[in-house]
Design a protein around this ligand. Structure first.
Ligand SMILES: [Fe+2]
Ligand SMILES: [Fe+2]
Length: 186
């Protein structure tokens, strides 16, 4: 797959995960309880491994440097904004994990903090994906040569194996499929 197409496909999976997270937040607010904490654990794992460690690594170590080398600005420019948003996303995921720990220890207020951080994460990432799909990726398609795209695709394969490992990608997709069935299409 072409590298930009690959990133876009990953965006669709991330959007699905955000929809599921939003639906879980709705239920928590309606029922004032978290019926299946393991579903949130699975999503947190997806956000940190698939979205951050893998997808954001591909962008940060390959795509952004390639764009910077072709004149797209980092400081005060689109790349700087994307990097700041990746960092903000990491903080929200860390906070969600902390809230889950507190919830398990019996702290009931932790649930509302979890929902608050989850909603902030959903807004941040949904907007971030829009900007990349509609602004940054078209810029990349205009500027990156076929040769560079082939090199980048090979680097993406390497990152995929290193950061996620064989078979894990499929596991994440089937988890999203399962949770999507349960929360979104129900
Ligand atoms: Fe990004
Ligand atoms: Fe992205």
């Amino acid at each position: 797959m072409k590298p930009i197409e690959e990133l876009k496909t990953e965006h669709r999976a991330i959007e699905t995960s955000l929809k599921i997270l939003g639906a879980i937040c709705d239920r928590v607010e309606e029922e004032n309880l978290l019926a299946s904490p393991e579903h949130i654990d699975g999503l947190i794992e997806f956000f940190s491994v698939f979205a951050d460690r893998c997808h954001h690594s591909k962008e940060e170590t390959q795509l952004f440097p390639a764009l910077e080398a072709r004149g797209v600005e980092r400081e005060n420019g689109p790349i700087g904004v994307m990097l700041t948003e990746h960092e903000a996303g990491r903080a929200f995921v860390r906070d969600m994990a902390v809230s889950m720990g507190q919830f398990r220890e019996g702290n009931t207020e932790a649930l509302m903090r979890l929902v608050h951080n989850a909603r902030s994460y959903i807004d941040l990432l949904a907007n971030h994906i829009q900007k990349e799909d509609n602004v940054l990726f078209p810029m990349a398609n205009d500027r990156i040569s076929d040769e560079e795209a082939i090199r980048m695709a090979a680097e993406f394969d390497r990152i995929e194996k290193e950061k996620i490992g064989e078979g894990r990608h499929e596991e994440f997709h089937s988890m999203l499929e399962r949770l999507g069935e349960f929360y979104v299409r129900a």
